[in-house]
Design a protein around this ligand. Structure first.
Ligand code: GCV
Length: 726
C-alpha cells in the first residue's frame, strides 16, 4: 500500500512534470519577453546543452557583467544549464567578449566585419578554433557584446538552430529612445498602466529593481535612450535636487547602454533661473542654458540631451519673443554640443490661432527652416500630421526637409487606441508609416529611408516611442501591450523588419513556441490594428474620440475649448456627406506632399479607401470600390470591426492549453471588455452618423439595442491618462 506521504510526493512530482512539459506555470507578466521559459522541445534542448557546455566570458566591466549575468540567467531558464566557466577554452565552447580581449585568430572575424557592427552591434558566429567548433559572440564594445548576448538568447528562446551561425547585426538608426510622458507627481499623461515607474520621492537613495529590469528589457531590443519626464515639462526637473535623482537613474541605466535625456521647459531660465526672459537670443539666457548643461554633464557625463515641446498646446517657446523654432533649438544645441548632447525639438505644434486645417501647421512652420538647424538638433515628427490616430497618412514633413535630421515619433501608449483594455498590435501601424513612399528623391523614397538618413548620410538619425510603461505588475496594463514596447525597439534597430516576424519572436519569447499557439495568435495580432480602425475610425475618419480623455467614441463633440478639439471639425458630417476636404478644392493639405503623392490623394478615383474621408468630403451615396454606397460601406466596416473582436475572443478561448492560467484569464477578461467597447464604438458612430445620412442600417446587421442618447450621455470624467502637468 502506498502511504499518503508517498502519494502526495508522487502527485507533486507529476504536477511539476506537467507544468514543465506544458510550460504553463503561473506568470504575472512581470518578466516580459525575458522570462526565459524552458525550451519545451526536449531533443533540441539536449542538443543546445551539449553545444554550450563550456563558457569563456572575457572581461569584467559593468556592461560585461550585466551581459554575463543575463547569459547565465537565460541558459539556466531555457536549458537548466550552468555551463563550466573558465579561461582556458574547453570544447564545445561558447566564447563571449569584445574581440580584442577574446584574442580571436584573424580568421575568426575580420576587422572589416567588426567595423560593420559599429559601436552597438555584434557578431554571432560558428567558428573553428583548434579544429574544434565553437560559437563566438563578439563586438567592438561592451554594449555590443550585451546586445549580442540578448541576440543569442533570442535564438534559444525562439528555438532556432545554432549549428552554423553567421549573424552580423547593427542598428540602422542612431537614437532609439523611449519618451515617458511621466510627471513628477507620478501621474502619466496618456498612461494606462498605473503610475510612473520613477519614484522621484525615493530617488536617489532607493533604486527600485524595476529600473534595472526596465533597462534590461529595453536594452534587449536595442533601445539606447530614455526621456524620463513629460514633454509638458516641469522646470523643477532642472533643479539640483532633481538632477541628483536623474543621475541615479543614469547610473542604473549606463551598464545597459541607455542614456538619460530630459524634457525641458523653454521658460526654465525664468521659472527657476530668476531671469526676466527666455528669449533664445538673449546673452544671459544663452549663458544660463550653457551653465545648466555644464552642471548636468558634471554629474552625468554621458547625458543624452534635451527633448523640447515649444509653442504647442500652451507650452512656452521662442515664438513668444518673435524668434523661430530654429533660434530656440540652436541655442540649446550650442549649450549641449561641447558635451556631444543632442536636442530633439518636436514638430507637434499648434498654437492659439485655430488654423483652417490643423494638419498643415507643422509643415508650414518647419519646412521653411530646412537647413537652418545646428547639426546636433533633430526634429521629432509624429508619424502623421494630426495626432497618433488609429490611421493617418504619413506626415508630409518626411521627405520635405532634406537638410534637416528628422526623427520619427510613434506612440506606444494607446491614447487613441482604446487604452490598455484593447489588444492592438501596433507594428503594422508603424510599418505602414515607414513603408509610405514620400517620392522626395524619386520613387522608393520611403519614410523609412528618410529617417535612416539614406538621402543625406551627414544627418543624425532617430526614432522615439511614447512609452506605454507603468507600475502595473505586467508593466503595460495588457499582456499584449508589451508587444508594442518590444516591436518599437526592434523597428528602431531595424525599420525594415516585418511586423509578422517581430510578432512571432515576441509570442515565442513571451508565451510558447508551440505552432498551435503561434499561428493563430500571430494572425490575431496582425489583424488587430485594422480591426480597431474598423470599429473606431474606418475609411479615413479621425479624431472622433471622447473629448480630452480620448476614451471611447465622441463623434458628437462640438463644444470643446477650440474648434480643432472638436470631433465635428474633423468629420464634417452633414446631410450631403462626410469627410474633411483636404483636396485642392478644400484646405489643400494634399499640396504638402510630392506631386505623385498629392495626385494620388487628390484624385477621388485613386485615393485609397483607407484615407478617403481624411482627404475628401464624400456623398453618402458615393459608390465605393466594393460596389457599396459610402453609407453602407461605413456601416459594414463598423460591424466588421466589432465582429472581429468577437473572433479574437473565440481564438483566445482556444489557447487555454498553451498559456498559464493567470495570463490566459487576464487576456480573456480584457477581450470581453474590448468587445463591449467595440460594440459601443460601432453603435455610437452608426447611430450618430445616421442622423445625417438618414439612411437605414442594412437589414443584415443587428440594430443597436440602445438609442443614441444613451451613448451621448455617458461620461468618463475620471478616465485615466490626464494627470495634470506636475
Ligand atoms: C503630451 C496630444 C495629447 C497630449 C500630448 C500631446 C503631445 O495632444 O493628447 O496629451 O501632450 O499630444 O504630443 O505633446
Amino acid at each position: 500500500m502506498m502511504t499518503i506521504t508517498l502519494l502526495f510526493k508522487r502527485l507533486a512530482l507529476l504536477f511539476a512534470i506537467l507544468q514543465i512539459a506544458g510550460n504553463v506555470y503561473a506568470d504575472d507578466g512581470y518578466k516580459l519577453w525575458l522570462g526565459y521559459n524552458a525550451v519545451a522541445d526536449k531533443k533540441l534542448a539536449a542538443k543546445y546543452k551539449a553545444q554550450l557546455a563550456h563558457l569563456k566570458f572575457a572581461g569584467n566591466t559593468p556592461s560585461l557583467n550585466a551581459a554575463r549575468e543575463e547569459l547565465l540567467t537565460g541558459l539556466e531558464g531555457t536549458l537548466a544549464l550552468r555551463p563550466q566557466i573558465g579561461d582556458k577554452i574547453e570544447y564545445p565552447a561558447l566564447l563571449v567578449g569584445i574581440a580584442s580581449s577574446l584574442k580571436l585568430p584573424g580568421s575568426v572575424c575580420s576587422e572589416s566585419e567588426l567595423d560593420k557592427t559599429g559601436n552597438e552591434g555584434y557578431l554571432i558566429k560558428t567558428v573553428i578554433i583548434n579544429q574544434k567548433k565553437c560559437i563566438v559572440i563578439t563586438a567592438k564594445t561592451d554594449i555590443g557584446v550585451l546586445h549580442g548576448v540578448f541576440g543569442f538568447l533570442k535564438l534559444l528562446q525562439t528555438q532556432q538552430s545554432i549549428d552554423a551561425l553567421n549573424i552580423l547585426e547593427y542598428p540602422r538608426i542612431m537614437y532609439r529612445v523611449l519618451d515617458h510622458w511621466d510627471n513628477l507627481n507620478r501621474t502619466v499623461e496618456r498612461g494606462y498602466a498605473g503610475a510612473s515607474i520613477w519614484n522621484w520621492h525615493k530617488l536617489p537613495g532607493y533604486i527600485d529593481q524595476r529600473y534595472i529590469d526596465y533597462a534590461r528589457a529595453s536594452a534587449s531590443v536595442g533601445i539606447n535612450g530614455s526621456v524620463v519626464n513629460n514633454v509638458n515639462a516641469n522646470a523643477l526637473m532642472l533643479t539640483p535636487e532633481y538632477l541628483e535623482k536623474v543621475k541615479a537613474l543614469a547610473n542604473t541605466f549606463r551598464p545597459y547602454g541607455i542614456k538619460v535625456y530630459l524634457s525641458v521647459k523653454f521658460s526654465s531660465p525664468i521659472d527657476i533661473g530668476g531671469l526676466k526672459t527666455a528669449d533664445p537670443l538673449n546673452a544671459q539666457v544663452m549663458q544660463w542654458w550653457k551653465d545648466k548643461a555644464d552642471e548636468i554633464y558634471r554629474s552625468i557625463p554621458d547625458f543624452g540631451g534635451f527633448l523640447v515641446k515649444a509653442n504647442s498646446e500652451g507650452q512656452p517657446g521662442p515664438q513668444a519673443y518673435g524668434r523661430s523654432h530654429a533660434d530656440g533649438a540652436n541655442m540649446l544645441a550650442d549649450a549641449l554640443l561641447p558635451h556631444n548632447g543632442i536636442v530633439m525639438w518636436r514638430a507637434f505644434v499648434y498654437d492659439n490661432n485655430v488654423p483652417d486645417d490643423r494638419a498643415k501647421q507643422a509643415y508650414n512652420e518647419f519646412k521653411p527652416l530646412d537647413g537652418q538647424f545646428k547639426k546636433n538638433v533633430i526634429i521629432q515628427v509624429k508619424n502623421g500630421p494630426i495626432d497618433f490616430q488609429p490611421r493617418e497618412p504619413f506626415h508630409p514633413l518626411f521627405g520635405a526637409m532634406p537638410n534637416t535630421p528628422l526623427m520619427m515619433e510613434f506612440q506606444l501608449t494607446q491614447e487613441y487606441l482604446g487604452f490598455s483594455t484593447n489588444l492592438v498590435y501596433e507594428a503594422p501601424l508603424f510599418k505602414e508609416s515607414l513603408e509610405s513612399d514620400t517620392y522626395a528623391m524619386g520613387k522608393g523614397s520611403t519614410v523609412s529611408k528618410v529617417i535612416q538618413g539614406a538621402f543625406n548620410p551627414k544627418l543624425i538619425t532617430g526614432m522615439a516611442g511614447v512609452a506605454n510603461i507603468g507600475t502595473d505588475i505586467n508593466w503595460c496594463g495588457h499582456p499584449f501591450a508589451q508587444a508594442n514596447w518590444y516591436a518599437f525597439g526592434r523597428l528602431a534597430w531595424n525599420p525594415d523588419l516585418s511586423s509578422g516576424d517581430i510578432a512571432s519572436d515576441w509570442l515565442k519569447m513571451t508565451f510558447s513556441n508551440n505552432p498551435g499557439f503561434i499561428s493563430p495568435m500571430k494572425a490575431m495580432m496582425l489583424q488587430s490594428r485594422e480591426t480597431a480602425v474598423n470599429y473606431m475610425t474606418p475609411l479615413g475618419l479621425h479624431h472622433i474620440m471622447g473629448v480630452n480623455t480620448h476614451y471611447g467614441p465622441g463623434p458628437w463633440v462640438d463644444n470643446a475649448g477650440r474648434a480643432d478639439w472638436n470631433a465635428v471639425y474633423y468629420h464634417k458630417a452633414d446631410s450631403a456627406g462626410i469627410g474633411f476636404n483636404r483636396s485642392s478644392t478644400g484646405s489643400n493639405a494634399v499640396a504638402q506632399y510630392q506631386p505623385q503623392v498629392r495626385d494620388l490623394f487628390e484624385n477621388l478615383a485613386t485615393c485609397p479607401d483607407e484615407y478617403l474621408l481624411w482627404f475628401h468630403h464624400v456623398g453618402w451615396d458615393y459608390k465605393m470600390r466594393s460596389g457599396a454606397t459610402l453609407w453602407d460601406e461605413m456601416v459594414h466596416r463598423y460591424y466588421l470591426g466589432a465582429d472581429a473582436v468577437k473572433q479574437m475572443e473565440l481564438s483566445w478561448g482556444k489557447m487555454a492549453g498553451y498559456v498559464d492560467e493567470e495570463r490566459f484569464g487576464s487576456v480573456k477578461q480584457l477581450l470581453a471588455i474590448q468587445y463591449d467597447e467595440a460594440t459601443t464604438w460601432r453603435n455610437s458612430c452608426v447611430l450618430y452618423f445616421q442622423t445625417f445620412s438618414k439612411r437605414p442600417i442594412p437589414a443584415q446587421y443587428p440594430k443597436p439595442d440602445k438609442p443614441l442618447s444613451f451613448y451621448r450621455d455617458r461620461k468618463f470624467l475620471l478616465a485615466p491618462g490626464i494627470g495634470g502637468n506636475q
